[in-house]
Design a protein around this ligand. Sequence first.
Ligand SMILES: NC(=O)c1ccc[n+]([C@@H]2O[C@H](COP(=O)([O-])OP(=O)(O)OC[C@H]3O[C@@H](n4cnc5c(N)ncnc54)[C@H](OP(=O)(O)O)[C@@H]3O)[C@@H](O)[C@H]2O)c1
Length: 307
Amino acid sequence: MRILLQPPRDARDAWCTAFATALPDAAITLWPEAPAETDYALVWKPPPELFLRVRPVRAIFNLGAGVDFLLAMSTLPPRIPVIRLEDAGMAEQMAEYITLAVLGAYREAGAYAEQQREGRWQPRARLAKPAFGVGFLGFGVLGQAVATALAPLGFPLVAWSASRKEISGVASFAGRGELDRFLAASRVLVCLLPSTPDTRDLLDRARLSRLPRGAHVVNVARGDIVVDDDLVALLDAGHLAGATLDVFRTEPLPPGHPFWHHPRIALTPHTSAVTMVDASVAQVAAKIRALERGDPVTGVVDRVRGY
Ligand SMILES: NC(=O)c1ccc[n+]([C@@H]2O[C@H](COP(=O)([O-])OP(=O)(O)OC[C@H]3O[C@@H](n4cnc5c(N)ncnc54)[C@H](OP(=O)(O)O)[C@@H]3O)[C@@H](O)[C@H]2O)c1
């Protein structure tokens, strides 16, 4: 079987070695070497010319969970299945990141840090946990795994997705008609939606205003789901207490962007969950072996809905 590998640049050697070990029978070509045809293309944010020079015939594997970049490429071959990473070590990292943000919001870490800077000794009344709902905007592979990790902490859990979920301990809301009710129940809003034509700019002023006063927004999905100016306006107006942001419309976040120095925003450079080489290679290799046997695999992207 022929494989074209175009891995993330920072760990090229590790990806090559891991795939060679996991698929010893495969003939692996490393981009920018470009055979005219390959059975499988394994790519991470490929340059547009990749699909002009190499024709994948069986499947394209995205070496990440989000496929917005790939689906936006005009050179992406139309009919070949696109398969994404599912968890592959990212859910545990997301659980760590989001737990930190939720607990920081609940125990008012930002307000205490401010008081410390001012040299002010002032115990604050404990927030009521039953009213401190954690809302998952997007409740797929990562959202569900993070909710499972958070469950022992005792916060009410609510989720919003395209289709309704039956998961014990989680109140499920589905579709646009139920979005406002979901937002009203989310004291911490955790965005884990894919970026699609349907979700871009979803969190604008009107929607963010539906969150309860004092709410905290955590965006670990994609920057273009949030309208930056509207988020800043609601933080400045005091409707929102804080935001934890890992993803941005433009990355790296441009110097001078208002997020950089906003006192109620904590930001990280798209590191909430990084791709783990070994777990990802094991998953992709297992799916390639399944496809070679003629078995179905999960994680196949629906190009019409965009995830
Ligand atoms: N910051 C990082 O480092 C990082 C790392 C990994 C992933 N991500 C981002 O996280 C996203 C989620 O990953 P995942 O693996 O959990 O994806 P997933 O399994 O595909 O889950 C997506 C969820 O969003 C829901 N959804 C999609 N479009 C919707 C719409 N228009 N209305 C309502 N719900 C909608 C889906 O609903 P249904 O369940 O009903 O289909 C599903 O629950 C990725 O797309 C990626 O952009 C970021």
